[in-house]
Design a protein around this ligand. Structure first.
Ligand code: AMP
Ligand code: MG
Length: 466
C-alpha cells in the first residue's frame, strides 16, 4: 500500500521558463506530526501510514507527481525584486477535488531550488506549526486560505540564530500563482509566457474573465472581499508583498502574521516591518497598491496601451467602494445587523473608537458584546453604556443569532502558538493537537483558548518563517 494522489498536472505543461523541474531533497528521518484526513478525503488523496511521512518529507515522490519550483518576482516592502520564486517549496502537482476545483499540493521546507538565492530551502518546526494552526483556523472562520494537509519533522537540524528541528508542511492552494508571477514576465518582456499564464489563470480561477481587464476586475473583487474578511477577524498578514498575494483570492504565505489581542488600529507585529507598511489599518491601502502593480503587469498584453491604462486605472479605483461595502457587511454582522447600511457606519466606528481608547480585546469584545461581560473590556464604562443604548435602539430580533456566526470565540493567539511551538521543539505535540482542535471550532466558547494573554504573556513581535 502507498499514499496516492489523483494527480492531473497542468502547470508543468506551461512554457519551460516559468518553472524548474526539481525533486525535493531527501531528509534524514521524516516523522509525521499531523495529517488532515478530512481534507485528504475531499481531494481524493489516500493516506497510507507506511509511507506518508516519506512522501511529505520528500524522500518518496508519489506516482503521478511532476515536482517543480515556480518562478515569480515581486515588490518586497515596495522595492522591486526581479527574481524570487519557490526557494523553499516544491509543487508536487495538482488534484481536482470532489468539488471540481483544481488544487496544488506543495511541500514547503523541502530543500533548495534554483530560486533559493542564499537560503537553505528549509523551514524549522515553528513556522510549520504556526502555518498549520493559522491556516486551518482561517478556513474554519470562512476566510479564503491555503490549507494544511500534513506536516512532518525531518530529523535534520536547521541553522538559524539557533539550531532548530527541521520540518515540512504539505500545503494545498487553489493555486500558488501570485501578482509577482505576472510581474516577472512583464519585466522580462516575455509576452508569450504572460499570455500562457493569463490563459491558465482564467481557465483555473476566473472562467468569466475574457480579457486581462476582466481578470483584473475579478481579482480585485476577490481581494477586496479577502482583505475585509481579514479586518473582521483582526488578522494582520504582516508581509503583503506582491509575491505573497495569490490571484486565487486566498490568503497565502503565513510568515510573521498575527491576530491582534487588544484592538490597536495601527498594530504591527512583524520584526522586519519597521515602518508599519503592513500595519492592520494599512492593509486595505496596501492591497490597492498591490492591485495597481497587477494592473501594470497586465497592461502590456493589451493592443492599445493608452486606452488600457485608463481602463485599468478605473478598475483599481473601484477597489475602495468594493472593500467598504464588504467591510460594512462584515462589521455590521459582528454587531448583529444582517444588512448594515451606510448610516450604520457611525455606530460601528464609534464602537471601534471606544475599543481603541481602552485597549479592548478585539475578539472577546465582539464575541461577548451582548453579555454583561462586555463592559469589562472598557475602562470608560459610561461611554460604552451610552454606545450600547444606541445599539439597542438599532437591533433587530435576530441580532444574537447573526452575531453568533460572525464572531469567533477562539482565534490562534500568539502567546498560545508560541507555547505550542516550544512544546513541539521539546518533542511534545499534544499541546499542538489540543490547540488545533480549539481553533478549528472557532465559534464554540472555550474557557482555555478564548483567554486573552495576561501582561507577562503578551507577544509583541513575530518573525518571518525563514
Ligand atoms: P517570503 O518572505 O517568505 O514570502 O519569501 C520571500 C522569498 O524568499 C521567496 O522567494 C522564498 O522562496 C524565499 N525564501 C524564504 N526562505 C527561504 C529559505 N529558507 N531558503 C530559500 N529560500 C527562501
Ligand atoms: Mg512568499
Amino acid at each position: 500500500m502507498s499514499t496516492t494522489f489523483p494527480f492531473e498536472n497542468t502547470y508543468a505543461t506551461l512554457p519551460a521558463q516559468m518553472f524548474t523541474l526539481i525533486a525535493p531533497t531527501p531528509v534524514a528521518r521524516p516523522d509525521l506530526i499531523v495529517k488532515n484526513d478530512a481534507l485528504a478525503e475531499e481531494l481524493g488523496i489516500t493516506f497510507d501510514l507506511t509511507d506518508l511521512a516519506e512522501v511529505i518529507g520528500g524522500n518518496k515522490v508519489p506516482v503521478g507527481a511532476d515536482p517543480l519550483a515556480q518562478l515569480y518576482a515581486g515588490h518586497q516592502f515596495g522595492h522591486w525584486n526581479p527574481q524570487l520564486g519557490d526557494g523553499r517549496a516544491i509543487l508536487l502537482g495538482e488534484v481536482v477535488g470532489q468539488d471540481g476545483v483544481r488544487r496544488d499540493i506543495q511541500l514547503k521546507g523541502s530543500g533548495p531550488t534554483p530560486y533559493s538565492r542564499n537560503g537553505d530551502g528549509r523551514s524549522w518546526l515553528g513556522p510549520v506549526l504556526r502555518e498549520y494552526l493559522v491556516s486551518e483556523a482561517m478556513h474554519a472562520m470562512g476566510v479564503p486560505t491555503t490549507r494544511a494537509l500534513a506536516a512532518v519533522t525531518t530529523g535534520d537540524p536547521v541553522y538559524r540564530e539557533q539550531v532548530l528541528p527541521g520540518a515540512i508542511l504539505a500545503r494545498v492552494a487553489q493555486s500558488h500563482i501570485r501578482v509577482g508571477t505576472f510581474q516577472v514576465y512583464t519585466a522580462r518582456q516575455e509576452l508569450a509566457a504572460s499570455q500562457a499564464l493569463f490563459e491558465h489563470v482564467v481557465a483555473r480561477h476566473y472562467p468569466e474573465a475574457t480579457s486581462p481587464l476582466k481578470l483584473l476586475d475579478a481579482v480585485i473583487a476577490r481581494n477586496a472581499a479577502l482583505v475585509a474578511k481579514w479586518m473582521s477577524v483582526g488578522f494582520i498578514h504582516g508581509v503583503m508583498n506582491t509575491d505573497n498575494v495569490a490571484l486565487s483570492g486566498e490568503t497565502i504565505d503565513y510568515g510573521p502574521c498575527a491576530f491582534m489581542d487588544d484592538y490597536v488600529p495601527m498594530k504591527v507585529f512583524s520584526s522586519i516591518d519597521q515602518m508599519g507598511r503592513y500595519a492592520y489599518g494599512n492593509q486595505p491601502r496596501v492591497a490597492i497598491w498591490n492591485m495597481a502593480q497587477l494592473a501594470t503587469a497586465l497592461v502590456p498584453m493589451m493592443p492599445d496601451q493608452d486606452a488600457a491604462v485608463e481602463a485599468f486605472t478605473e478598475s483599481v479605483n473601484r477597489y475602495p467602494a468594493l472593500y467598504e461595502a464588504e467591510w460594512r457587511r462584515l462589521f455590521g454582522r459582528k454587531i448583529g445587523l444582517e444588512d448594515a447600511q451606510p448610516e450604520d457606519d457611525a455606530l460601528i466606528h464609534d464602537l471601534l473608537g471606544l475599543m481603541a481608547e481602552d485597549g479592548a480585546d478585539f475578539t472577546n469584545t465582539f464575541a461577548n458584546l451582548h453579555t454583561d461581560a462586555a463592559q469589562d473590556q472598557f475602562a470608560n464604562r459610561e461611554a460604552f453604556a451610552a454606545w450600547r443604548d444606541r445599539w439597542s435602539a438599532r437591533q433587530d430580533d435576530n441580532f444574537a443569532e447573526v452575531m453568533a456566526i460572525a464572531n469567533p470565540h477562539v482565534i490562534p493567539r500568539n502567546h498560545q502558538a508560541e507555547a505550542v511551538i516550544a512544546a513541539g521543539v521539546a518533542g511534545d505535540f499534544a499541546p499542538f493537537h489540543e490547540m488545533l482542535d480549539a481553533v478549528t471550532q472557532p465559534y464554540t466558547p472555550n474557557a482555555k483558548f478564548a483567554k486573552a494573554p495576561v501582561n507577562s504573556e503578551v507577544v509583541t513581535r513575530t518573525f518571518c518563517g525563514t
